[in-house]
Design a protein around this ligand. Structure first.
Ligand code: LIP
Length: 277
């Protein structure tokens, strides 16, 4: 059966590729760094340029579609997810990596209809890996199907997480206490790529068993979340309920056994929701 969203998905892949070229080019030159909510919440002109490039090209092709973009929200646009077709864009996921030339930087484009992610595109620009997931049709990296790890034991797993940009002492204490419990299970290892989108693709690829984070935003995880479920994995909230993409909390794992062993270790907290921004 023909896919209703095939044209939109093809467009997302093409524009992510083009955006990746802009990111790679910018990495060869000077990067002017600005700050947003705090001195460690960074943004560059390239984030803004790439977001405009994506939004302009989608508007020309799909004028009725709506957008949630990281830099547009930072500039005061609402973060409203309605039932209308909506592109959820992180022009550079891993901005801090980009600023420091730490080589994991992604363009992330999720596409939702009726508040469900229909497709997700994550382009890992420096690895030149194009991850694409389509609801009900699988997840792929450079055309190769993705499948999560079949490990069921957290003690034989690698877990990915991030410290994020929240330096509120209570939040930092909870992040460290959760991490300590996970390290001491013990797990085989803990890693951080510095980008939620790539972390989710690592789960989808079977390179790690799980990723969790509190403090991410919907644009960091919209595309990558579908990559995980289409590769056979699961998503949960950090307290074990259903994941809510606006809640800024996520556990993504290869299966329910590992997801359960993760969320039970977490000292959960609730940052302000994205749809309350
Ligand atoms: C980043 C996330 C990362 C998180 C950072 C930040 P950005 O996104 O992908 O997981 O720890 O705080 O939110 O800001 O580079 O798009």
């Amino acid at each position: 059966m023909a896919d209703q969203w095939q044209n939109a998905m093809d467009h997302a892949v093409a524009i992510a590729q083009k955006a990746g070229e802009v990111v790679r080019e910018a990495l060869r030159g000077d990067r002017k760094v600005m700050t947003k909510s705090s001195s460690i919440d960074l943004v560059t002109q390239t984030d803004q340029k790439v977001e405009q490039l994506i939004i302009q090209s989608v508007k020309e092709r799909f004028p009725a579609h709506r957008f949630i973009g990281e830099e547009s929200v930072a500039a005061g646009e609402p973060c409203d997810l309605t039932d209308q077709p909506t592109w959820i864009i992180d022009p550079i996921d891993g901005t801090t990596n980009f600023v420091h030339a730490f080589p994991f930087v992604a363009v992330s484009i999720g596409f939702c209809v009726d508040k469900k992610v229909e497709f997700g595109v994550v382009y890992s620009c420096l690895e030149d890996k194009m991850f694409v997931a389509r609801r009900g049709r699988g997840a792929f990296c450079n055309g190769e199907p993705l499948k999560v790890s079949d490990q069921e034991d957290i003690k034989r797993s690698i877990v990915v997480t991030e410290f994020g940009s929240n330096r509120d002492p209570d939040a930092v204490d909870r992040i460290f206490s959760s991490l300590r419990k996970i390290v001491c299970l013990p797990v085989h290892g803990v890693r951080s790529a510095g980008t939620a989108a790539i972390n989710l693709c690592l789960v989808a690829s079977g390179s790690v068993e799980a990723y969790y984070e509190i403090g991410i935003h919907v644009w960091d995880i919209a595309a990558g979340s579908l990559m995980v479920t289409e590769a056979g994995g699961v998503l949960l909230d950090v307290e074990g309920g259903d994941v809510d993409l606006m809640s800024r909390r996520i556990v993504a794992a290869n299966n329910r056994a590992v997801a359960g062993q993760i969320f039970r270790q977490l000292d959960a907290f609730s940052p302000p929701r994205d749809d309350a921004l």
